[in-house]
Structure formats: C-alpha cells, structure tokens
Design a protein around this ligand. Sequence first.
Ligand code: GLV
Length: 325
Amino acid sequence: MKVFISRDIPAQGIELMRNEGLEVTVWKVDRPMTQPELIENAKQSDALLCVFSDKIDKLFLNECRHLKVIAQLAVGYDNIDIDEATRLRIPIGNTPDVLSEATADAAFLLMLAASRKAFHLHKSIIKGEWTFFRPKANLGIELRNKTLGIFGLGRIGTEMAKRCKGAYQMDVIYCSRSRNSSAEELLQARKVEFDELLSQSDVLSVHCSLNETTNGLFNKEAFHKMKRSAIFINTARGTIHNEKDLIDALSERIIWGAGLDVTNPEPMRPSNPLLSMENVAVLPHVGSATIEARNAMSRLSAENIIHGLRGEKLPNIVNPGIYNR
Ligand code: GLV
C-alpha cells in the first residue's frame, strides 16, 4: 500500500512505515504544496501524512474519499474539516503529548524574553547601541509570585504552569471548557471565568485549540480588560488573537508586553510593527521544533498510518466517532 507525505519529515517514521512494507513517497520540494498538487498525489495513495498548513477541507476530502487514513504531524488539526472526514468515515490522527514540553518551553522562553526585552536588546547590540551603563535603562519586570493565567489548561498549558510554578511560585488561574482536577491538585490552580482571567493575570498564556469560539477571542475588548502590566503569550494559533488589536494595545500601553510563536498571517511580514517593539518577542511557529519532539511526532504519525492501513483503530484518533457506527 502507498503512503504520501506532504513535507519531508524526520526519518524515524518513514523507516517504521517502510519496515511495515509500505511504499512511501515524500514531497521533496521545499515549499508548501498547493491543494491541486496535494489532491493529485493523494489520489495515487492509500494514506496521507500531512502538516498543519495543508488544507484538508471538504473539497480535498471528497476528491480523496478513498484515503484509508490521514495522519497529521501536529497536535492541532484546525486545517482539517473533521465533520466531513467523519461523515466520509476517514480516520484522522494527530500527535499529542510528545510536543507538550517543547511547546511549553517555547511559551516560557517567550514570557522571559518579553519580560526582559531580550529580543529587542539582542537587536540593539547588532545595531551598535550598547554604549555605557545606564541604571534606568532597559528595565524588565520580574515574575516571582505573579499570577499566571492559562487559557486552555490541557497538556501544554499544564506544562507551562508547572514551569512557572516551579521557577517563580506563580499563582495559577485558568479558564477552560472543562475542569482539570489533576492540574488543580498538582498546581493549586483555580478555575475562573474569562473576565477574571483577563483582569487578574500578570502573564496570560494561550494554550487552547483554534475553533469557532476561540477564533479572534483576544481582541480589543479583551486586551482592555487586562492589567496594564500584563504580558500576553500565544503559542497556540495566530488567529486566536486579533493582531491589529494586539498592536494597538501594545502601542497604546494598554498591556505591557507580548510573546508570540504564532501570528496572523503566517509567516509574519518583516515590516510588522510588533517586531520593533521593545517588550515583544516573536518566534516563527517553532513550538515543537526540537529534535526529540519532531522525531516522536514522526513516529506517532507513522503509527497512526500503519494502524489505519491495517484497518485498526489509530493510537491517536481525532474522530473516534467513526468507529461507533
Ligand atoms: C503545531 O502547531 C501543532 O499543532 O502541533
């Protein structure tokens, strides 16, 4: 059976699939595939291993309804029309857990970088602006005993909270669809309403999935309810915040700083005003970009493909409902 992979991935997963006797083809051109290219290649395959920038919408799914499994190399799957895949009974797999620590590290790094203006100061050295000691210049803020607000206390949010609790004894509050009792116990975390999360957090870190309710949620109104000293962190999806409103909130000093691993659009344009703000740190969507996480993601997606092609339940299934009918 044939597997098509839409972007070159670490070898471990490819080896697993070849050892299973599968014929694996990798898209080797170093750019995202267009949808016609993706459809053409998927049509000649039994399974697809894709990435979050591939558009797996109604059109794609109906053109490629023969696929026995689609495995995404990511935890998020907002690029995939899950309802349609379920209707067509195509199992969709993802790669949770193995990237939680790496992504939480990115959030923690952005929090520190924003709080100490680190990316801005690095750039200032390159520009020859490191001159002499000025006791009142370049002052950041400390994090000890501050309040961390987590929006979406799942696996990644919990890892971020653990880091902040361990390093700075931060108080943890969170806003999530459901209660996370184990995190509450482990971190003395307190579940609050959205408005309280906004008004109480010194650092507000977003770890939810992108869906109709979270799309554009962090907008002008939300930023205006936050503390003037607050730092906003987003390592989830760029469209969860309204980037124009964030730029305004930062330039009008409605909030203090921001750290982003995800932007809207991606890639961020080099002329974006956020890139020249002192209290802002931006990374190019690299939350899971560690050797360990990407190797594990490669293996997990391969396992999803192998199980799917054997006609077995995927180890990490996004739409388990397909098995109930
Ligand atoms: C990356 O953004 C992911 O969802 O894994």
